[in-house]
Design a protein around this ligand. Structure first.
Ligand code: CIR
Length: 310
């Protein structure tokens, strides 16, 4: 599996060990190559910036002891899970800076999930990229590099959530595997207007707003298994009875978060060993990444990548 560098990446800093980067051009022939190359699942990532420790916190206490060196190592470990898993390819975004590229780094820019959500519209056979509009102003410049990378593939119909009162963070968008149901957290970052716009741009999906008041994003408290079962950590879920697919409570907050690597394999955080054991007993292979530095800033395994499934 390759790690492919997307346009706009300025420097790799100490990240050489991730290795194998390749830059993509932007001409029409490259777009065509990208379309044809989509034979793998793609995880789009971005390394944590040097001022990562200044990331936002909303529901957690202000973190102390965030270590940038450890964060970089953990991010590399997270990337390695995709790198080593058959069928996945990594693409890395360029850095995001406030004030249109001339200011300081956007401290939360490693949490790429919040900038865009990729859908498949099976009814019309189309890949659709929804570019998000972050409620947190300091995070808004992060969107540009993601949008550019997505447009550069030439593979998506690109939609933007950009109207008055329309706010949506990718971390609030839970696509249920195996169907067209999408749950969207009505959190401090995503508004009913954002949910309504999402339904308008995805008429063949069933989009449902979910009250989300106890955590940052919907996917901070629930995600979905490959069979569609919603999993969560009860103390932080507003209404565990909300989900038609069925709900399974797990014993740790980090246990509420899975990235589906394939039908049988889940990526989970090292902070949730009991939950991992429960899911392993259900027959899943569990890949573990230690993301403790990101968890201090209200991040989880889903938020460190945007997944484009083939
Ligand atoms: N999708 C996610 O769960 N994103 C986590 C974002 C954490 C970041 N510190 C923020 O507050 O925006």
């Amino acid at each position: 599996m390759n790690i492919v560098r997307l346009r706009g990446l300025k420097g790799l800093g100490g990240l050489g060990r991730v290795g194998g980067f390749r830059s993509l051009g932007s001409g029409p022939s490259n777009l065509q190559v990208e379309r044809e190359k989509h034979t793998h699942n793609v995880a789009i990532v971005r390394p944590p910036p040097p001022n990562f420790a200044q990331g936002l916190v909303t529901h957690f206490p202000t973190p102390t002891g965030t270590d940038y060196g450890v964060a970089l190592e953990q991010w590399e470990g997270y990337c390695k899970v995709f790198k080593d898993h058959k069928g996945w390819e990594l693409k890395m975004l360029g850095e995001a800076r406030v004030k249109g590229g001339s200011g300081t780094h956007c401290p939360d820019s490693v949490f790429v999930e919040d900038t865009a959500v990729l859908f498949k519209d099976d009814v019309v056979g189309e890949d659709v990229a929804v570019i998000c509009s972050n409620m947190a102003e300091i995070r808004r410049p992060e969107v540009g590099t993601m949008e550019e990378a997505i447009e550069g593939t030439g593979a998506f119909r690109v939609e933007r959530i950009d109207g008055e009162g329309e706010l949506l963070d990718g971390g609030d968008v839970l696509k249920v595997p195996g169907g067209n149901r999408v749950y969207v957290g009505l959190s401090s970052r995503s508004t009913p207007g954002g949910v309504e716009r999402l339904q308008r741009v995805l008429p063949n999906h069933d989009i449902r707003g979910v009250p989300t008041t106890k955590v940052l994003h919907l996917k901070s408290c629930v995600t979905a298994l490959p069979d569609g079962t919603i999993i969560g950590y009860d103390p932080i879920v507003d209404d565990t009875g909300f989900f038609d697919e069925g709900y399974l409570g797990l014993p740790e907050e980090g246990g509420a978060h899975v990235v589906v690597l394939d039908e049988k394999t889940l990526l989970m955080a090292a902070s949730a060993p009991k939950s991992a054991e429960i899911l392993a007993k259900k027959g899943y292979n569990i890949e573990v990444a230690d993301i403790s530095q990101f968890e201090k800033l209200e991040g989880c395994v889903t938020c460190l990548s945007v997944r484009w499934r083939k």
